[in-house]
Design a protein around this ligand. Sequence first.
Ligand code: AMP
Ligand code: MG
Length: 426
Amino acid sequence: MSSAPRTLREASCADDYDPNSMPVAKARELIRGFLAPMTAIERVHVRSALGRVLAEDVVSPIAVPGHDNSAMDGYAVRFADLEANEETVLKRVGESFAGKPWPGAIGAGECVRIFTGGVMPRGADSVVMQERAVEDANGVRVAPGAVAKSGQNRRFAGEDLKAGQVVFRSGQRIHPAELGMIASLGIGEISVFRKLRVAFFSTGDELRSVGTPLAAGEIYDSNRYTLHGMLTRLDCDVIDMGVVEDVPEKLEHAFAAAAAAADVVITSGGVSVGEADYVKQLLDKLGEVLFWKIAMKPGRPLAYGKIGGAHFFGLPGNPVSVMVTFYQFVRDALLILQGQRDVAPLPTFKVPLSAPIRKVPGRTEFQRGIMTANSDGAWTVRTTGDQGSGILSSMSQANCFIILGSDTGNVAAGELVDVQLLEGLV
Ligand code: AMP
Ligand code: MG
């Protein structure tokens, strides 16, 4: 494709476009082309900003730290006074505590008792750590070579942040460290992008919600719960629209209501062969949606498009497929829509397999893996066992995905495979 498609229909007309065998990377790239970051902004107290995305640059109004101060408990000294090869005796003339500076200036042969965070007195350039000095009736006896060079054990004003410096750019996601840094600047309120509203529902006549008894052949709807969990951890506002029966009028109403209420609509089920046809007709009426068979396992059927102003992800119904397709396609899209800059694919690592895996080339597989460290701290990975896309317990047992590329066939024990950690994903 020479230039990025501007409409979904245009995307689906490209020469190399095959909806029946869509590579994972290509689907990701196509979706990315249609994502415009959120622009709506709100002001929040810094404590409520955890997980949110900054909608403005944060500029430091002050230097941090504000003054040169001590990195140790010890004695503030003039480096020039210290003997390198013999003991130096200095006169103690005052104390500098964190928050209670000593107001004077030290002269030749003098020192000030100082504590971590205490402001460096004028005249002093270095700090002798207390373990290298003894105080007695003669004064403070500093061990030879206690300070190797001028400036040692001293923190400089502005060494963390300088006044006027851009500390964070708009688009930065706020983690605990960013919360702390913003607070260290004395900033109590910041602008962040509005939370992304995500509406989701499950389709399928066989599905019952928690709290209702099951008749023969019925199952409980678990996808709405995994989606609720994954979306909440990504700091979205979630709108749970329940189970919708496979009845065209009901589905049409649900799609329209979800698109009107949310920035993103996610459904599970109803996009596999046999079910897709009338959902497809319905969505053709309501918006512009592409239906793909992704060359991946699990998670083959996937739909993506726009319904009104909302982005639509039609995920497969199988519980494991929902989680795999969410992490491989939906997660990055949500981060971009939330306004985050520099959204990178999830990192992968190479880890040796502890047992062989059988695989047929042709599709990218996301097997559920368990990584363990042996007594030397070397890691190996094995699968959780049966990889059926309905076996949700495999996601619970796993601590990683083992990603086997499309061209890969059987893999022997000891070979390196790509893993993607589940812990810390969101
Ligand atoms: P579908 O994609 O609708 O053909 O569904 C594929 C499989 O996933 C079927 O066995 C469904 O019963 C099952 N399934 C679909 N939706 C859910 C759900 N919300 N919770 C649990 N299982 C589901
Ligand atoms: Mg179904």
